[in-house]
Design a protein around this ligand. Sequence first.
Ligand code: FES
Length: 564
Amino acid sequence: MNSGMRRGLTSYGDPEFSAYLRKAFIKAMGYSEDAIERPIVGITNTYSDFNPCHGNVPQLIEAVKRGVMLAGGMPMVFPTITLHESFAYPTSMFLRNLMAMDTEEMILSLPVDSIIAIGGCDKTLPAQIMAIASANRPAIVLPTGAMLTGSHRGERLGACTDCRRFWARYRGGDIDASEIEEVSGRLVPSIGTCSVMGTASTMSGLCEALGLSLPYSGSIPAVYAERMRIAENTGRRAVELIAENLTPRDILTRKSLLNAMVVLQAMGGSTNAVIHLAAIAGRVGLQLDFDELDRIGRAVPVLVDLKPSGEYYMEDFHASGGFPALMAEVRDFLDLDVLSVSPTPFWQVLDTARADPTPRKAIRTIEAPVSSRGAIAILHGNLAPNGAVIKQSAASPSLMQHEGRALVFDGVEDLVARIDLPDLDVKPEDILVLRNAGPRGGQGMPEAGYLPIPAKLAKAGVKDMVRISDARMSGTGFGTVVLHISPEAAVGGPLSFVRTGDRIRLDVAARRLDLLVSDAELSERRAQWSARAKPRARGYAALFDRAVTQADKGCDFDFLVSEH
Ligand code: FES
């Protein structure tokens, strides 16, 4: 039988010897015959002293193991890479594919009959979904859950929208160095993922929408006892999935991706999720349909009243019914005929959520939305032939149609060197352009797209400007920020031809981003273009530079994308 401890035997040229040797070694860990004959559930351990977003992973693992054993399985924990946004140089996106490869290869290499992937911080859930999609063993994702909120001088605080808000106030001279220091001790009051609708919350919600997590897994705060109980249930369910042989590729279909897009728009989710969904789609032989995402955004309003698009925080969202309550509200846009890891059919989960009389202060109704349009719009134009994104729900309405003079920064270093110069020639109506910050040019597409307002304008009270780039932005960011311009400047995309002083027009209603320069002039600039940087030669960086795809393809490695 090719399962349990006999699965994927190490090759010595004699399978019976391999099985005998494996048994001998695992017995050294104290396991009995009974234990090693059980179905084996592999559990990824992504705990690290450098990852506070995963600070509850040891407790979650204990709860998951309990559930596995209650269901008659054998839990086996193994480590994988873990990623935290603030502890990933140069950027966590550079390492997402490494984590996906590590997780996939460990799943394929170990004798596990099903998998529980425990993750949370921004890039971890996408990496794990990409991995389980490619490995295609029965699998459930268990998010670590969001942190609680803190307070500062009577004001409620949550990472990391308020991190940025207070930093902007500090830059603008509104608060001093001692107060910003005080704030830094209050912004992250517990372990868990960021407490707003940033990338981590978005991805944990998309795990539910895609059918990869149990209902409510996406919203229960990290430190609640409820999270331990859902971990136990996840363990139980992972044993049942082995008998059902339900795999991620059964679950990840065009229909479930459409559901994810609906939920992404309705939750006011992070722009980063567009890249991750494109990568996940690629792992199962599909392409994310950007036109469809935009069409959904025109029909499905933002209903989740969480920062950065709204008012509240993840613990309020959970108290309002979490993702099942949200999905019940947009039920008419969802395809309910989809598979999921939950033993309860999707429609029944939504029926139960709809019947729940809990007041929903953080989830609006379709009739009274946070914003009448979805969170994310897809732009095209001569500056973004393969598309760009804008989080319109977090943008300034007055800047959604705007024409201005370009002020170009040639990379993140140039931005850092010049943005705060007192004699910088910049006006509030200018358009700030950052390039060479894409997947290749930025060595992993840093979250530098949220360009700071130049110090001299910030001090004068300017809060928002149109900013465009081939970079990403944290899901906790806000403002009129166009991101993921594709193709990026480093591979010769039109962004590389922009010169300071050119006119650029942004028209979100028309879904356009254009450089107002004649075609003839553009052709001339194109003819003069040459690549700035050579691909790196060594190690993972060399692999990354050779194989990373553009933002519209999810920044996955080209050799990891599935053809079917
Ligand atoms: Fe980990 Fe925000 S830093 S979720």
